[in-house]
Design a protein around this ligand. Structure first.
Ligand SMILES: NC(=O)N[C@@H](CC(=O)O)C(=O)O
Ligand SMILES: [Zn+2]
Ligand SMILES: [Zn+2]
Length: 430
């Protein structure tokens, strides 16, 4: 017996909403049409709801192993499910870092047992993320690593980065980079701009990111490696990626919801819930990111969900760790502030959160089509409520968006036909 998702709005090829039924059988989408027969199937009433392919977030920190006080694979994937995400890629800056194949296998096995989302682990570029010797890419790939990155830190030595790209090119692995020149970033806590000056905080200039983006594009041209820029934040970086793409360089880039929606002028006062790396930059940087996303320079959106404990984030802005959570607010934030404001269409937003990240990493997810895995997200576009960090599934409560009134909340999430989250006020599926 299958399950019919009855009467929801499905976006067609041209992005127009159509009333469609979705039949799920054996964890796959078995049929999609205007009026499918019940034929003894279970039925979910999706009338009035948007039915999307399960959202894909290729940049999250699940913190296991080693930082279970911040998050676990279980709580992080529950946060993903609540946010409408069915596939997440987790970063290797754990303790120990994911620089050996047995660690990649351990994360995959634990996620398989406890996860409420599909988890694709990134592995390290360098051993211990120390920036010196390369990890064993072939063994990491064979253990199931999605790609390699030293996220949390930039690779400081250009020769090490070039060696990584040569090796990755041989193996068909993507190199994903956290671009940050540590000599330029120094001990900075926020963007090197008006807010930093007003509160006497050390600043991180946009150039700290952009010089590594430029360097890595040159190395990509030399090595032919597939290169991806994580959490793009500076207008100069956008310009470099745009130019590289025009030259046919195999580069992709992502941007976070917070860099699209906030700039340093929005920070109300020194408060570590507004501290993340890269930092919120200037209004012009933010505008360049939106422009880059709209013109295809930036390929997709990823949250960089980076949970920390309340105690860590209660420290002052200079001392607290970088990072904010993102999984449980991403869709409503972007729907309310990009789609409802007319900056982009619903179809564009959905693509940036589904098929675009999947395509960039060669993954078969993010499409609502017969034969595809039944990863689905039902969203109520009219539901409006305030962001309440106390109600998060994540252990992290560190968000600058607390109290924001948003529309477009996910109400049911399904991974391969199994419900991973449902709004208890609306559904009671088993
Ligand atoms: N983005 C952040 O501010 N923090 C991330 C590291 C990272 O993504 O670089 C973290 O691990 O906490
Ligand atoms: Zn990073
Ligand atoms: Zn990150």
């Amino acid at each position: 017996m299958g399950l019919v998702i009855r009467g929801g709005w499905v976006l067609d090829e041209r992005g127009h909403p159509r009333r469609r039924d979705v039949l799920i059988d054996g964890g796959r989408i078995a049929a999609l049409g205007p009026r499918l027969p019940d034929a003894g199937h279970d039925v979910v009433d999706a009338s009035g709801l948007l039915v999307l392919p399960g959202l894909v977030d290729l940049h999250v920190h699940l913190r296991e192993p080693g930082f279970e006080a911040k998050e676990t694979i279980a709580t992080g994937t529950q946060a993903a499910a609540r946010g409408g995400f069915t596939t997440v890629a987790c970063m290797p800056n754990t303790r120990p870092p994911l620089d050996r194949p047995e660690l990649v296998r351990w994360v995959r096995a634990k996620a398989e047992r406890e996860g409420a989302a599909r988890v694709l682990p990134f592995a390290c570029i360098t051993r211990e993320q120390a920036g010196r010797e390369l990890a064993d890419f072939r063994a990491l790939r064979d253990a199931g690593a999605l790609a390699v990155t030293d996220d949390g830190r930039g690779v400081q030595n250009a020769a090490v980065m070039r060696a990584a790209m040569r090796e990755a090119a041989q193996l068909g692995l993507v190199v994903a980079a956290h671009c940050e020149d540590e000599a330029l970033a120094g001990a900075g806590a926020v963007h090197d701009g008006a807010f930093a000056r007003r509160f006497g905080l050390p600043g991180i200039p946009g150039s700290a990111e952009a010089v590594q983006v430029a360097r890595d594009i040159a190395l990509t041209m030399e090595t032919g490696c597939r290169y991806h820029v994580l959490h793009l934040s500076a207008k100069e970086s956008v310009a470099f990626v745009r130019q590289a793409k025009a030259l046919g360089v195999p580069v992709t880039a992502e941007v976070t919801p917070h860099h699209l929606l906030l700039c340093d002028a929005d920070i109300p006062a020194p408060d570590a819930n507004w501290k993340m790396n890269p930092p919120l930059r200037s209004r012009e940087d933010r505008e360049a990111l939106i422009e880059g996303l709209l013109d295809g320079t930036i390929d997709f959106i990823a949250t960089d969900h980076a949970p920390h404990t309340a105690e860590e984030k209660a420290r002052d802005m200079a001392a607290a760790p970088f990072g904010i959570v993102g999984l449980e607010t991403a869709f409503p934030l972007l729907y309310t502030h990009l789609v409802e404001t007319g900056i982009c269409t619903l179809q564009q937003l959905v693509d940036w959160l589904t098929v675009k990240p999947a395509q960039a990493f060669g993954l078969p997810y993010g499409r609502l089509a017969v034969g595809a895995a039944a990863d689905l997200t039902l969203v109520d576009l009219e539901a409006e409520r305030a962001v309440d960090p106390a109600a998060f599934a994540s252990k992290g409560r560190n968000t600058p968006f607390a109290g924001w009134r948003l529309k477009g909340w996910p109400v049911l999430t399904m991974l391969e036909g199994r419900v991973t989250w449902q709004d208890p006020a609306r559904f009671a599926l088993t």
